[in-house]
Design a binder for this molecule. Sequence first.
Ligand SMILES: Cc1ncc(COP(=O)(O)O)c(C=O)c1O
Length: 373
Amino acid sequence: MDILSVVRSECLGLSSYVAGRPISTIKRELGLSSVIKLASNENPLGSSLAAISAIRENLRDTYLYPDADGYELKNAISVKYGISRENIFLGAGGDEIIDMVAKLFFNSNDEVVVSKHTFVQYKRAIQLMGSKMVAVDMSSDFVHDLDSMSKFCNKNTKAIFITNPNNPTGTYNTKAELDRFLKNLPVNKFGIKPIVILDEAYFEYAVDNEDYPDGLSFLKENPNLIVLRTFSKIYGLAGLRVGYGFASKEVVDFINRVRLPFNVNAVAQVAASAAIFDTEHVLKSCRLVREEKEYLYSEFDSAKITYLKSASNFILCQTLPLSGKEVFLGLIRDGIITRSVEEYDLQFWLRVTIGKHEENEFFIKKFRNILKK
Ligand SMILES: Cc1ncc(COP(=O)(O)O)c(C=O)c1O
């Protein structure tokens, strides 16, 4: 059977997503008893205890379908951020939100603007819909060059992805930059400004920076804006797959038409509803990242390792003269899973998630060994 003749042409060029490698896989493959994962920007402190107890209390109800509308969770988000439920939508993680937005808006003749070194899921979603991806160089300090991205917009530009802070660079665009960008975007052939998907997966880690913009504050003035957030990162619920977003009432209505009816499972809904109010867990997680970031920066400095200052819970560091992949493989042999970023077009860099102090200490020791620094 020639399966290639029936697969949609848009799917032929897709490759499977390369996820951060699971701890259990590395233990099994290398026969290691202890492995640490600093690969997928998870929270090393784990889930909020409030979420865990909500999960326990609700486990008996898993024979029932989830609330398809996510009433309680939307309420919780609405209370937390002071925004109407009509402007909130839910997804099975930010990944599904990216997918839903693509399904809703992207046609085969559309152009979608992204940065050259940004989250790979955008590229996959654009490819799947057969749209054209326009990848724009970042500035020399690895920040999204919003002015340049704006200049690459033409009549065919349907949408733009902005990740703030960006993955994998950890850099962010300021409030003033985002404001100017949103105001100056040119109108496309559909008679509107392109849809801007502002991905704030790492919002909670960045919000302490005075000039970091809260995407939500731009929503009223910009009906073309969609803000994406997730419970996978600071809330420590990556395994449950739950994310959310803010958009105009009209866009939310259409997202609800394309999403699967029960996209966010029942356990995820109760866990997220509890986690969002666990401010202590959020503050503790931020504090750990802030302190450990300083520790890693000073270690990188003393080893003369180049790195980018991050507004997030990971750091991108240079691996020269070795490739990121070589260092990644070396660290795996030591039982440390990090993330090489060649699929982000960064051959000589490695992304490391900030872990607990003893994990970071172990990482830096092995990293220096491999680089002989
Ligand atoms: C920038 C960015 N957006 C979205 C996501 C998706 O996260 P999730 O699907 O777990 O919510 C990630 C995950 O790594 C990310 O880094």
